[in-house]
Write a protein that binds this ligand. Sequence first.
Ligand SMILES: C[S@@+](CC[C@H](N)C(=O)[O-])C[C@H]1O[C@@H](n2cnc3c(N)ncnc32)[C@H](O)[C@@H]1O
Length: 299
Amino acid sequence: MLSYQHGFHAGNFADILKHAALLHLLEHLKSKDKPFCVIDSHAGRGVYDLSAQEAEKTGEWRTGIGRLLETRPKGQALAQLCAAVQSAGPSRYPGSPALTLSALRPDDRWIGLELHPTEHSELTRWAGRDRRLAVHKRDALEGLPALVPTPIRRGLVLVDPSYEVKTDFAKLPEMVIRCVRRWATGIYALWYPILVGGDAQTEMIKTLASRLGASHGVLVVEVSGRKIDRGMSGCGLVLINPQFQIETAMAEICAEMVDLHLAGLARWRVERVAGAYAGKRLRQGGTDNGGANRDAIAT
Ligand SMILES: C[S@@+](CC[C@H](N)C(=O)[O-])C[C@H]1O[C@@H](n2cnc3c(N)ncnc32)[C@H](O)[C@@H]1O
């Protein structure tokens, strides 16, 4: 039985990283005249109400999108995210389905999977009668590999699980690998939390790098270093098959999040962990040792 509801966390620092990266990936897909399809394997409810009880209870959005809106970021992807949030209306935060919808052209498509009954019915209501959108009440672990490749052969898969089940850290990379074997040209973005006292993400990244790295680019984009006693000290994205030279844009997002000290973030890194630049290109920065947020590149 699923208990996680994203309404408690919508607009927090983790959403900022994944949604700014999502908007950047969508811009890339839109740069060609050919249609694309996005699959959102863990879609949530589409749009969130930041004045709702659950959002107020944690207040997480205040150190995420709240702070970002106050500071007016300079980087393109973060500024674009702020604009999308503002156009969603007062106290509303667009989740990945709504952000993707804002980028869709008439021939582009979006498929969302959501297993939680309440979230699924809200998502169905949100999708309405837009023929570009399809909502499935389906377990992503089984459903996503069955849905790829999509009839439109250009596209992006966002995998944004709640990691409620301990085995997710082992099962999700296997699911992504199955999908990549079936749809080798798709772009994949897998979000992961970094938990205080835990290191499950490292094994997950290693699995993806070692099994896909020979023939696919694998990039890690991470913000971390929150000084907290429990919960998420940071989070990241594993990007598979991202466009050439995406590192600069991802480094810009991460460095600005750390500069703004969003939710107490103090470090970031953007690293090719496999593919043509295996283990070589690393950009990183931080403010946690009192130094400036540098952008070093090691080759
Ligand atoms: C982090 S939230 C998604 C947020 C959304 N992607 C966004 O950015 O707005 C994760 C969602 O996955 C759903 N979920 C959890 N396990 C699932 C599964 N096995 N298959 C499909 N959905 C699942 C949860 O109900 C929850 O709504």
